[in-house]
Write a protein that binds this ligand. Sequence first.
Ligand code: FE
Ligand code: ZN
Length: 528
Amino acid sequence: MRQLKVCYLSRSLSSVQKAVEEALHFGYQINPDALKLLQKLAERRRAKPGESEPSLDIIVRGVIDKKAKEDLGQAIESNDLKEMYPELFDFVEVGQVRVEVSVVEKANTTNKPDVEIIEDPSFDIQPTGVEGFSQLFKSRYEKIVRILMERPEARQLTKISKVNMEKGNVKIAGLVFSKKPTKTGGLEFTLDDDTGNTSLLALSPEAKKSASDIALDQCVMVDAEAVQGKLIVKNVIQPDIPNKLASTSKKTVYAIFLSDLHIGSNKFMDSAFNRFLEWLGGLGGMLNEEDEEIIRRLKYVIIGGDVVDGVGVFPNQEYELVEQNIYKQYEMVSEKLKLVPKHLQMFVIPGNHDATRQALPQPMIPRKYAESLYSLPNMRMLGDPCLFKLHGVSVLAYHGRSLDDVLATTPGLSYEKPEEAMKVLLRARHLAPIFGLRTPIAPEIQDHLVIDEVPDIFHTGHVHTVGYERYKSTLMINSGTWQAQTGYQANLGISPRPGIVPIVNLATIEITWREFLTSTSVSSKQVV
Ligand code: FE
Ligand code: ZN
């Protein structure tokens, strides 16, 4: 089988080669996109031999004659081919992406998706109006204190109103209300619980270190000593995630994590995404044995938001869009995603570019905007954030809007390592601890952004860079983007990492990745 493929490939190359030589002979060059079309046509012909159509060199010659007559330059582009021979290249117009049925058919379709949605805010958000913020923070405090109480250090936890300010050890928990440096180089912060508030001083190097990375509005526990009316911090304790064993699937099943497609933007990397879809469809010639094994056992594709670029998301966005109608942008998304093989279960959560409520938690993208996505038989639309289990492995999917705030306010973090910001969220046990910066948060009765359950996989996107790391038992993945650098990102000095696909084996929670940026370099890297 493998040898046959090589044979096919060289046969198709030789007819392409002839076409290239024909062009060169007349002083023309074939641009990469056009070359790819010709290669695809050649491959298609070897799959369906016997069609009496003009050979590739004759096709190229036809284009050259036309361009010479109309003085249209000496580069042959894909559009030249499509315009002159629409019937030959219709497979690219209609299908855009072909699939190699043999590999996909070999996929173990008896191994059915095993999905359990644990928490989806779409159905239980209850916005309350501005006065509801006090309820929201009360819920945040109560939920995180419950998490803190699981730690042995929380045994002597006291309410702030009951603290003896004169002497003795004090353990309190509350939301960080304010934080500022003192004149003597220390750090002063205020903690709020449901009985009152108090100021604390971090003066020793250890205390300052533990207090330095706490975010405003997050809930922490503080170990302090009361000295004549002042509380001197010994240690600030984050709720954090415990060490536990990650759940794994009994069978080898793979899940793919994507985000930030930004379809509708003129920076959407269409060819790279098509290459990925072809790979997903098992296109012959591109796959090695490891890829075939992954594709056979692949079951899930999780898309973490910003599937479209949206409309009116930032000033002058219209100049960066190829499609200004939000409904049509979602249709463009489904044109792509309908090519994902039907035995793969897809999930889409919204991001800040999607057409749903912007404040967190975000309900799923409403059906009225994305009818065509809803009608895909293997699509499941979910809210942001969402917790679900795939073959017993829990996945917390969150678009990641608050990563901007964490990156902006935590010293030493950068966009190149989004996993470090994800770790801050896990340690805070909250997806958006900082209130009032760039992340809009809705006044809900319940704080749905508390990380109640420790996920086996924590998936985010939004910052358009790739990063993954295991923190305790949780695999953190930030899945990059399919959008090239925008002017906005260039101004901020952010270099996106587009076209990279993280793939996780749910039986081992090991991650590997493939890159689709160029036609030649599909590479992978293993990390644990
Ligand atoms: Fe994005
Ligand atoms: Zn985003």
